[in-house]
Design a protein around this ligand. Structure first.
Ligand SMILES: [Zn+2]
Ligand SMILES: [Zn+2]
Length: 164
């Protein structure tokens, strides 16, 4: 097993890039912290012009088709309605965005045992763990049912995965 310290990376000669090393690299990309990975990607963009060009394609799109090509914006945005991260560079399609405009309200009677108090029941964690025990105020469906409104993604949202 190769060690995953920085020293090992710095001293690994290019000829050691065997299939085994490459698959270990893919594994390390999956497990390294998001913060660390962001730093590495930023560094890669500064150091390697080819990588920088690829990252521009992956992460940026022109602001509008009529504007100059160097007027760009982030390609990935969280939708204000469904909170999914979507590709701003793609044409918007009707029905691509499914969401509930209402709020999830707990069905207190569904929580039969006394392990949970009111605060816990109203927490995001439990909503994710037991979506069937919550109902949407917009349509009355429970938390496992997909959005009752279908439309197009709109920007201005905050990503689902991001927590503060
Ligand atoms: Zn709904
Ligand atoms: Zn959406």
């Amino acid at each position: 097993m190769p060690t995953q310290t920085r020293d090992a990376v710095d001293t690994a000669p290019a000829e050691l890039l065997t299939d085994e090393v490459k698959s270990q690299l893919q594994e390390a990309i999956k497990t390294v912290s998001e913060k660390q990975l962001r730093e590495f990607v930023a560094e890669l963009a500064r150091k390697e012009p080819a990588a920088e060009r690829e990252l521009v394609k992956m992460l940026l799109v022109p602001r509008s088709k009529r504007k100059r090509a160097d007027e760009v914006q982030s390609r990935w945005m969280a939708c204000a309605n469904c909170r999914v991260e979507y590709d701003v560079g793609e044409d918007r399609k009707a029905g691509e965005c499914q969401y509930h405009p209402g709020e999830l309200e707990p069905d207190y009677e569904a929580f039969v045992d006394d392990d949970y108090d009111e605060t816990t029941i109203e927490s995001e964690e439990l909503m994710q763990e037991f979506p069937e025990n919550y109902n949407w105020t917009c349509c009355g469906e429970d938390g496992t049912v997909e959005g009752c409104i279908a439309g197009k993604h709109v920007h201005g949202g905050e990503s689902k995965k991001r927590k503060r």
